[in-house]
Design a protein around this ligand. Structure first.
Ligand SMILES: [Mg+2]
Length: 346
């Protein structure tokens, strides 16, 4: 058997400029990997590099030739464990680049076996979750309008980005237009520990599921302080990158928010799920600004999750890739009628 590989950089405009505490994005800069077998089956995977974790489309393009050389040398896509180990030995960092290859290989393996990814993993497609739809930071009136748009599109689970000088006002406004949705908030490290506790005490009046990453990841004692004093559950995102971080954060959060682009692949993502469960944490899977070339794969983890924030494709102006159907955000794996992750060009 031999495998042919290729990759291509794409810039996908977002529907609305997307602002979080750290800055604004207007497009998803992704790199799409393809791995083709002798029979012409093509596995598709996407890298959605995050500058916050030191990656850009340029760094992904720089390391992909080395990673894809590993794939072509091993030559058998079913050797997922061996390929991922060798990729890590070749390129230790650059998890988004490794992740694109991992997803493309899983997609190809499932296409060769003619099963959707969840079925390859033995997961029950009816045990799914609903992805949140994220409302980015904007002036409060515009955030109200975006919430109304989300409700019109059938979303019943929303995530709101915070880290402003009017965080309570924002949540009050959104609760006003969306009194019945499941709601959680993400400060993206914006608060000091004391400020976090003070703010969360006021946010607790608005029936929130949890508060994500209240303080900087560089302040693990701050995260512990917030977790011990917060009236709401705390989710760790920037504080939790790979499976090694799970025991480090387990006593200072309630929800582990894994992301494929942080951890470097689908096998590592599953390791995080199981390690987090073993430590008594709830599990969430989030995403970067990414197309269905990678989001579709993450959707197959749904039966293992308590929460999903897999709205990357929904936030694009027009995703060139198909994925798992997400009516109103519900990850409808049962409606996935084709093998692989479901990522394919329209
Ligand atoms: Mg987050």
């Amino acid at each position: 058997m031999s495998l042919e590989t290729s990759f291509e950089r794409v810039s996908l405009p977002l529907e609305f400029p997307f602002t979080i505490a750290r800055g604004t994005q207007t497009a998803a800069e992704n790199v799409i990997v393809q791995v083709e077998d002798d029979d012409g089956r093509v596995g598709i995977g996407g890298a959605a590099p995050s500058p916050h974790y030191g990656e850009t489309a340029a760094t992904v393009e720089a390391v992909l030739p080395s990673l894809l050389e590993v794939v072509e040398t091993v030559g058998d896509p079913h050797q997922l464990g061996r390929i991922e180990r060798r990729m890590r030995a070749a390129i230790a960092d650059n998890p988004a680049a490794r992740c694109a290859v991992s997803i493309a290989l899983h997609d190809l393996v499932c296409k060769r076996l003619d099963v959707p990814l969840y079925r390859y993993w033995g997961l029950d497609p009816t045990e799914t979750v609903t992805s949140s739809y994220t409302i980015g930071i904007d002036d409060t009136e515009r955030m109200r309008e975006k919430t109304e748009i989300a409700l019109d599109r059938g979303h019943d689970t929303l995530k709101v980005k915070l880290g402003t000088d009017r965080d309570v006002e924002i949540v009050e406004t959104i609760r006003d237009v969306a009194p019945d949705v499941r709601l959680y908030v993400d400060a993206n490290e914006a608060w000091t520990p004391k400020e976090a506790v003070r703010t969360i005490e006021r946010l607790a009046a608005y029936d929130l599921e949890f508060v994500e990453q209240p303080v900087p990841a560089e302040n693990p004692e701050g995260l512990r302080y917030v977790s011990e004093h917060s009236p709401l559950p705390i989710a760790a995102d920037e504080s939790l990158i790979t499976v090694d971080d799970v025991p480090r954060v387990a006593d200072r959060c309630d929800v582990a928010n894994l992301k494929l682009m942080k951890c470097g692949g689908l096998r590592e993502a599953k390791r995080i799920v199981h390690a987090a469960r073993a430590h008594g944490l709830q599990v969430m899977c989030g995403c970067m600004s990414e197309s269905n070339a990678s989001i579709a794969a993450a959707c197959h983890l749904a039966p293992l999750l308590d929460y999903a924030d897999l709205d990357g494709s929904l936030l694009l102006d027009d995703d060139p890739y198909d994925g798992v159907p997400l009516p109103g955000g519900r990850i409808d794996l049962e409606a996935m009628d084709r093998p692989g992750t479901g990522a394919g060009t329209q």
